[in-house]
Design a protein around this ligand. Structure first.
Ligand code: C2E
Ligand code: MG
Ligand code: MG
Ligand code: MG
Length: 277
């Protein structure tokens, strides 16, 4: 009797929490359904070099929700990671990116562009990841040397031999690696030199403070110097103004991405000509 009462007490203790849980469960099933029925979209954001030439783009996922409209990754990627839906989601993103690379390969003004995709920790560590990547490249006919995987520092943080072996195997396919959100997870520093990286991507949190905060400039200079020391080119993300672009360039940063050059757009609206630069 007392036990049953306390069980009920727990169940009805926090109706708000109960409601949040139910919403989460619903969103999870909607996401699973959305992935399977083609509700995901990719938007592409331009990356340019110091001379304003286009280098390529980053593919960023969105979810065209039937009731809620176009959702940004922050609204569903964390849920996808927790639930395991990041595996089918990530496979779709890879497939779509490779399909786009193959389309661009047939267009003279697009064929030299690289495409970067974000890969989350759980997806990268999944047993089938390398096989899926190999199969996707093969089936799409995409040039592996035009594909770049963006990994965040949390993957290096727990870097065991499996991670390094996997990175080497993927490098062997011709695919490149970029370290995303560089500078935020400083604890990965000891592992950096062991990673065959083609690019370090300075986090937006440093870039957005440039011009108003002298410390930010010192930090950016340090990150660029770190890249130079490792022999890895550096790109800055979240560049929104000419002032930021100029400061970054003076600090030795050789590539840029951000609203100043172009916002993320669907493939059919994507132009390799930067808005500025
Ligand atoms: P990220 O990889 O660091 O991507 C950069 C984010 O900054 C994007 O947000 C982009 O739209 C935004 N951004 C670009 N330029 C500017 C700028 O000048 N100013 C400002 N304020 N923001 C700018 P988005 O598209 O909302 O993506 C957020 C994060 O979601 C990404 O961060 C990435 O970690 C994750 N994500 C996106 N697509 C995928 C995906 O296909 N798979 C996985 N696993 N994660 C993804
Ligand atoms: Mg990224
Ligand atoms: Mg980033
Ligand atoms: Mg970021």
């Amino acid at each position: 009797q007392a036990k049953a009462a306390s069980r009920n007490a727990v169940r009805f203790f926090d109706p708000q929490m109960q409601q949040a849980l139910e919403m989460r469960t619903q969103l999870e099933s909607e996401l699973g359904h959305g992935i399977a029925t083609g509700e995901l979209r990719l938007h592409y954001q331009l990356q340019v070099d110091a001379g304003g030439q286009s280098l390529g783009a980053e593919a960023l996922v969105r979810w065209q929700h039937p009731q809620r409209g176009l959702l940004a990754p922050a609204a569903f990627i964390p849920l996808a990671e927790e639930s395991g839906l990041i595996i089918p989601l990530g496979e779709w993103v890879l497939r779509e990116t490779c399909r786009q690379l193959a389309i661009w390969a047939a267009m003279p003004e697009m064929r030299s562009l690289t495409l970067a995709v974000n890969v989350s920790r759980r997806q990268f560590r999944h047993a089938d990841f390398v096989d899926t990547l190999r199969r996707t490249l093969h089936e799409s006919g995409a040039d592996p040397t035009k594909l770049r995987l963006e990994l965040t520092e949390d993957i290096l943080l727990e870097a065991d031999e499996m991670v390094f072996a996997r990175v080497r195997e993927i490098r062997g396919l011709g695919v490149a690696f970029s370290l995303d959100d560089f500078g935020v997870g400083y604890s990965s520093l000891p592992c950096l030199h062991r990673m065959p990286l083609e690019q370090l991507k300075i986090d937006r949190s440093f870039v957005c403070r440039l011009g108003s905060d002298a410390d930010a400039l010192a930090l950016v200079r340090m990150l660029v110097a770190l890249g130079a020391g490792l022999g890895v080119p550096v790109i800055a993300e979240g560049v929104e103004s000419e002032v930021q672009r100029r400061l970054l360039r003076a600090a030795g940063c050789g590539a840029f991405q951000g609203y100043f050059f172009g916002v993320p757009t669907p493939a059919d609206e994507f132009s390799p000509r930067p808005a500025h630069g």
